[in-house]
Design a protein around this ligand. Structure first.
Ligand code: G1P
Length: 179
């Protein structure tokens, strides 16, 4: 049932139950393969694009790894995002030691936030199926990733490029000016 070459498929999330639930709604379209997840309210301006950089990191890390795009933000903004802990570094990539969704500043493991670009393994779907509500009462992809990280490696990549968080008015405005 997977979409054929050159075709696009859509799925709907009937109720706003969180990003993790929205991703779970696409499980039948993806099947049992690694996949890229791009949150469309985040734009990254760069050539090569952020996802292309992530695919390079994925190929370097080896099959079975999960890759998360991360960037630095001032500490006073970490509570708006998923935040990662930094382990062994390898150039622009590093092993992710922990992840927290929207932590208060004093509980953030670093100032590196999840930018809204992921390469994930399909085992995430079984975890999303049983994922309880987290930050904001929503089913969070970050919480399912925390569980997946117990059995699979997660690498962060500090990508090159400028990101725009178009989920905020100022971010949307900045993206329009930049583009
Ligand atoms: C989502 C993710 C968060 C990530 C952010 C990037 O949050 O849950 O981990 O840092 O996107 O924009 P949301 O923006 O949906 O609150």
């Amino acid at each position: 049932d997977l979409p054929g070459p050159g075709t696009a498929s859509f799925t709907r999330q009937q109720r706003p139950m969180g990003l993790g639930h929205a991703v779970w709604c696409a499980r039948e379209l993806i099947g049992n393969e690694p996949f890229a997840l791009l949150l469309p309210d985040v734009l990254v301006q760069n050539k090569p694009g952020c996802l292309a950089q992530m695919i390079d990191a994925y190929q370097a890390a080896g099959e079975g790894t999960n890759i998360i795009a991360v960037e630095e933000v001032p500490l006073e903004r970490v509570h708006q995002y998923g935040v990662v802990g930094v382990g062994k570094r390898n150039g622009k990539s590093f092993a992710i030691t922990e992840m927290v969704e929207k932590p208060p500043r004093e509980k953030a493991p670093s100032n590196l936030i999840i930018t809204g670009r992921y390469i994930l393994q399909p085992e995430i779907f079984a975890l999303l199926e049983t994922q309880q509500g987290g930050a904001g009462g929503e089913i969070q992809i970050t919480d399912a990733m925390i569980r997946l990280a117990k059995t699979q490696p997660f690498h962060g990549i500090i990508f090159e490029g400028r990101s725009f968080d178009c989920g905020s008015k100022i971010g949307f405005l900045a993206a329009n000016v930049a583009y």
